[in-house]
Design a protein around this ligand. Structure first.
Ligand code: HEM
Length: 221
């Protein structure tokens, strides 16, 4: 492998790691919805005041948006360059694709990534700008989430469920690949690391999933 490819994999791993950290904290914060409207709205308000009084309101959020955007762009860019290099390294495409092509997670990385990207765009229009949300008042986070996933809007819940399952697959494979890149893995540790990647991805996507499902099935509010 070219040395530069290792560098690109490092960029993928570092940007992916940052995104996983964000997801974990975001998932934990979302669970506050089970505490009640006041706790959840208070939490949403607090997000806007992080860094006060050094930073004015919402500055932290804007810094976070910038950092996340750079991480997402770096992640996609390094994935694209690595894919193009891998294709070039195999001058003739397989006439018959080999039957065994890695796990389901590995095979869905690219399409999974595209759907996750579409989800992020929908999610911002839904719960940040509230363009496609029934509640346009941005101070009413609890109302926005509970009305968003109301049983009549089951299709929104279904889309979130699909996206969270894909994110779970994406995370499992991504974490596993990152551990290989960083050289943490060896023959003896393989099983344990695979299990760790599975546990982290199930905890994150499961923790996210119970919010829309909880609302749709009447466990919230
Ligand atoms: C069931 C799953 C999810 C729920 C219920 C949810 C809920 C929310 C809510 C309520 C907000 C607005 C917080 C506020 O500003 O008051 C938010 C923001 C955000 N969510 Fe999610 N989220 C979910 C999954 C995800 C996932 C999987 C991602 C990333 C792939 C994500 C990325 C973001 C980002 C980047 C923001 C901040 C947007 C900004 O800068 O204002 N969310 N989410």
């Amino acid at each position: 492998m070219r040395r530069a490819s290792v560098g690109l994999k490092m960029i993928m791993a570092a940007s992916g790691g940052l995104l996983v950290a964000f997801l974990f904290v975001h998932m934990l914060g979302n669970l506050k919805i089970f505490v009640g409207a006041e706790a959840f709205d208070h939490y949403a308000h607090w997000l806007r005041t992080i860094g006060n009084p050094v930073l004015p309101n919402e500055w932290y959020l804007w810094i976070q948006r910038a950092v996340l955007t750079v991480a997402v762009v770096a992640h996609i860019w390094s994935a694209a360059v690595l894919t193009i290099r891998a294709r070039k390294a195999r001058p003739v495409r397989y006439a018959h694709r080999p039957k065994v092509r890695g796990s389901y997670a590995a095979r869905t990385m690219r399409w999974g990534g595209v759907i996750v990207l579409l989800f992020i765009i929908w999610h911002i229009l839904d719960l940040t700008t509230r363009t496609v949300n029934p509640v346009s008042d941005t101070t009413q986070a609890y109302a926005a989430v509970t009305q968003d996933f109301a049983p009549s809007r089951w299709w929104v819940t279904a889309f979130y469920v699909l996206a969270m399952v894909l994110i779970g697959f994406h995370l499992r494979h991504g974490l596993w690949s990152a551990l290989q890149t960083l050289g943490v893995s060896n023959a003896r540790r393989q099983r344990a690391l695979k299990a760790a990647a599975l546990v982290v991805s199930v905890v994150i996507s499961g923790g996210f999933l119970i919010v829309p499902l909880g609302v749709t099935f009447g466990l919230v509010g």
